[in-house]
Design a binder for this molecule. Structure first.
Ligand SMILES: [Zn+2]
Length: 493
């Protein structure tokens, strides 16, 4: 009887992360779970600390029962959303009743001192783990880790040679939802004076560029694969961005190539798609440690079903509102100014995922609209956000010219104005696409290349054979279900 309760506290605290791991191991690599386990271990250590240390100061208190109650409450509250969903509860009043019931059950179980009950709860925990393990086991075996989902049209690592050219930094600005000059003009926004000034800085604006896909996760996924996805087969979500960046089944082709060429890969993320550091990926502008833990995607998904979810979201929101007017490009400007030593090494590939002109919308000076307006779909807001993005681009071009004079730079949309998405309408594929090469890699580009061709052209000067075959294509989703997403090639109209 003596130490049973400690083991019980341990099981109740560790079970939610273990269950989460067993349910999600297909989608995340092990490193995604570390913060969650660290967090759980901290909770357990705290419980032990309080039970043993406080007991010395306050004699004859039932700290064991109190912490057993807390650990059962911690465990049960992860089933809160499941209970609410399965009972189909809509009204807040009934949700509070569920909360009260969960607390009452935890209190009852926690404060009964009974060896039989303890043994039952220990077995209960172990059986749950076993069932979830069995439930997931067959699924684990069925995943084909080497499933080929991208075409071998452009990319072969053996086509690259690291001895061929000197290195220069490469800046790739993915401008979410940024459309082409022609589309903008058709909506009444003439950006000629911007393009002219970019041309003066050595950029080629690719006037007939269309995105390879009309959704962020597919286009960005294909940029990292440096290939189109194979059509007419179901492709699982883990093969798209951001998951393919962190895939435990192997790095995407871009990271393989950069590794081979001894480049560092840097990622500046945004509020939607988070950067996670690993040996191949360095994150720019990481937030402080508290922010990093709160924004940890594993942790967020872990708390999704939990009562703690809204508390975590509230803290996140409060911490987020501070520097919020800064765009990702503003953050990159700061990074360049503060890291001349990194820039000077010239072996960096910077991937900056600027969320604008995609919402949250901004005014032309990049001030965020108020919270009620910034997520509204509205053409004028979109055009203003585009002007903000163009001003951002002008600013960072000046900074890069100052600190890193001979770099390769790309500004590229991932799809057109999204009001037209899920369609083979030309507007949903028209993208802003603009490239400047470092002097030793300079090359005149075909103005109609899309995302997949552009990334291959960016690395073209490391290729043994210089010419790239022409296979410019556009794909839409043909079908999407539990088996995956199926693409089909379309003619734009
Ligand atoms: Zn997008």
């Amino acid at each position: 009887m003596k130490k049973n309760y400690l083991f019980l506290i341990f099981l109740f605290i560790l079970n939610p992360p273990l269950i989460f791991l067993l349910n999600n191991i297909n989608y995340y690599s092990f490193s995604h779970f570390k913060i969650i386990f660290l967090f759980a271990m901290m909770l357990f250590s705290l419980a032990i600390f309080f039970i043993y240390v406080l007991k010395k100061f306050f004699s004859k208190r039932n700290f064991e029962n109190f912490f057993l109650f807390l650990s059962i409450l911690w465990f049960l509250q992860f089933f809160f959303i499941d209970i609410v969903d399965s009972l189909n509860i809509q009204h807040n009043f009934f949700k509070y009743i569920v909360i009260i019931i969960i607390i009452l059950i935890s209190l009852t179980l926690g404060f009964i001192k009974n060896n039989k009950l303890y043994n039952f709860l220990i077995n209960f925990n172990l059986i749950i783990l076993l069932l979830i393990f069995i439930n997931n086991y067959s699924f684990h075996k069925n995943i084909d880790t080497n499933e080929q989902v991208s075409q071998k049209f452009y990319f072969e690592l053996k086509n690259y040679d690291k001895k061929l050219v000197e290195k220069n930094n490469i800046y790739f600005f993915l401008m979410d939802e940024m459309s082409s000059r022609n589309f903008l003009l058709s909506q009444g926004l003439d950006i000629k004076k911007y393009i002219n000034s970019f041309n003066t800085s050595g950029f080629q604006y690719l006037d007939d560029s269309f995105s390879s896909y009309n959704g962020s996760q597919y286009t960005i996924g294909s940029i990292f694969n440096m290939e189109y996805y194979i059509e007419n087969i179901p492709i699982k979500e883990i093969k798209f961005f951001p998951y393919n960046l962190y895939s435990k089944f192997g790095k995407p082709n871009l990271l393989k190539t950069l590794d081979f060429l001894d480049y560092n890969f840097w990622f500046l993320d945004n509020q939607y798609m988070k950067c996670k550091e690993n040996p191949h990926i360095k994150c720019i502008g990481k937030n402080n440690i508290a922010m990093r833990i709160l924004k940890d995607e594993g942790l967020q998904v872990f708390f999704q079903n939990s009562l703690l979810r809204s508390i975590v979201n509230k803290i996140l929101y409060l911490m987020n509102t501070q520097n919020y007017d800064d765009t990702e490009i503003d953050k990159m400007i700061r990074f360049i100014e503060l890291n001349e030593n990194i820039i000077a090494k010239k072996n960096n590939f910077f991937f900056i995922h600027q969320i604008g002109p995609h919402h949250p919308h901004r005014d032309p000076n990049c001030k965020l609209l108020n919270i009620h307006e910034r997520y509204k779909i509205n053409l004028q807001y979109y055009l203003n956000s585009t002007l903000c993005a163009l001003n951002n681009i002008s600013n960072i071009i000046k900074i890069i010219e100052l600190y890193d004079n001979d770099a390769t730079i790309v500004f590229q949309g991932d799809h057109g104005y999204s009001i037209y998405s899920n369609d083979n309408k030309i507007e949903s594929f028209q993208i802003f696409n603009m490239v400047k090469f470092s002097s030793n890699c300079s090359k005149k580009l075909n103005p109609s290349i899309g995302n997949v061709e552009t990334i291959n052209e960016i690395l073209h000067c490391f290729r043994k054979e210089k010419s790239l075959t022409n296979n410019i294509s556009n794909y839409v989703i043909k079908n999407k279900d539990s088996k995956g997403t199926v693409f089909k090639k379309v003619k734009l109209k």
